[in-house]
Design a protein around this ligand. Structure first.
Ligand code: PLP
Length: 346
């Protein structure tokens, strides 16, 4: 079709490029979480990665492969989220200039964090401007290389190192849950699972309001959706890419979609039971393990926590029980009372 799919060997090569630059994040256990879900859980904590999300891995791997001319001219990306900070830091570490095209209404903290890593930020107006056209023009005028957030072989291979580190530490697992937006993290997981834990069931997890991956898997072709309305702001991609769809179609057991109120429950559980700050998108994996009704009892289950970047004021609002019950969680399987009991008994 177009570019070739990356392979497990590409993940291994990415791991050696990343050594000494990306943190080897911890794999944490929690008896309280095991009891809450009814399985033996292994959490890979990319919320503790540099820049607070796994995106640094893919961006760094892509930039580290630049030739001398590309290094001099630099990289350009468009992102309002974690890819912006990931590529900015990767550029800083490697001494490669980076321009990030961000929406004017992006969180001030994200724009600041991106600038703090030495990247030039170009702001655009969501209502008026075409960000892809702006990015393309920058790429042409300055000869910069465009690095997309997920549909790029080197990015996918870099993200694959998350699953590789997890499985190296745990050995084979029965099931693995991976947060999914455009599918870079999940595509990387496919490459690694096939090699290190072939019998493992692999689930992508996306927000119910933006279940384009699930629809694509059912249809056997990439489905495009309108911008989804969800608190999982790291999973607002509107479609999979050609590469990520190819991998996901080949190697994923299923894609599970979870409603936003389950993400809030999980965000609070992470804080209470594990003392971890996790952003709503990073809660997708746990939400599926807890609420999707899959037969997990007694199984060894991996969960990737993809990131922890959330403004403190928003985080406080999400933690507050009053704030989160707003009428929709009543039908959900976990009540606020149950959550508190779990905390006390842990
Ligand atoms: C980007 C991102 C995702 C989704 O990753 P994809 O590779 O686009 O599927 C999930 N969680 C967080 C925290 C992210 O930043």
């Amino acid at each position: 079709m177009c570019a070739a799919l990356p392979t497990y060997d590409d993940v291994v090569a990415a791991a050696s490029r990343l050594a000494g630059h990306a943190w080897r994040t911890p794999v944490l256990r929690s008896p309280a979480m095991d009891a809450w879900v009814g399985a033996e859980l292994f959490f890979k904590c990319e919320n503790l990665q540099r820049t607070g999300a796994f995106k640094f891995r893919g961006a760094f791997n892509a930039l580290a492969r630049f030739d001398a001319g590309q290094r001099r001219r630099g990289a350009v990306a468009f992102s309002g989220g974690n890819h912006a900070q990931g590529i900015a830091l990767a550029g800083q570490v490697l001494g490669i200039p980076v321009v990030v095209v961000m929406p004017r209404d992006a969180a001030a903290s994200k724009v600041e964090a991106t600038r703090a890593c030495g990247a030039q930020v170009v702001l655009y107006d969501r209502q008026v401007d075409d960000r892809e056209a702006i990015t393309r023009r920058l790429a042409e005028e300055r000869g910069m290389t465009l690095i997309p957030p997920y549909d790029h072989a080197d990015v996918i291979a870099g993200q694959g190192t998350v699953t590789r580190e997890l499985l190296e530490e745990t050995g084979p697992l029965d099931a693995l849950f991976v947060c999914q937006g455009g599918g870079g993290l999940l595509g990387g997981a496919v490459l690694v699972k096939d090699q290190l834990s072939p019998g493992c069931l692999l689930y992508g997890v996306e927000p119910q309001a933006g279940n384009h991956g699930q629809q694509s898997l059912r249809r056997g072709a990439i489905v495009h959706i309108e911008p989804p309305d969800t608190i999982a702001d790291g999973a607002r991609a509107q479609h999979l890419g050609a590469l990520t769809f190819g991998l996901i179609h080949r190697g994923v057991t299923d894609i599970v979609a979870v409603p936003d109120h389950t993400l809030r429950e999980c965000l609070r559980m992470f804080a209470q039971a594990m003392k971890l700050v996790v952003e709503p998108t990073g809660c997708l994996g746990l939400a599926a393990a807890r609420y999707a009704g899959l037969p997990l009892p007694g199984k060894r289950v991996g969960i990737i926590i993809s990131g922890g970047n959330v403004d403190l004021a928003r985080y406080a609002a999400l933690l507050s029980v009053d704030e989160c019950l707003c009428g929709e969680a009543t039908a959900g399987p976990a009540s606020a009372a149950r959550l508190q009991l779990n905390g006390i008994s842990s």
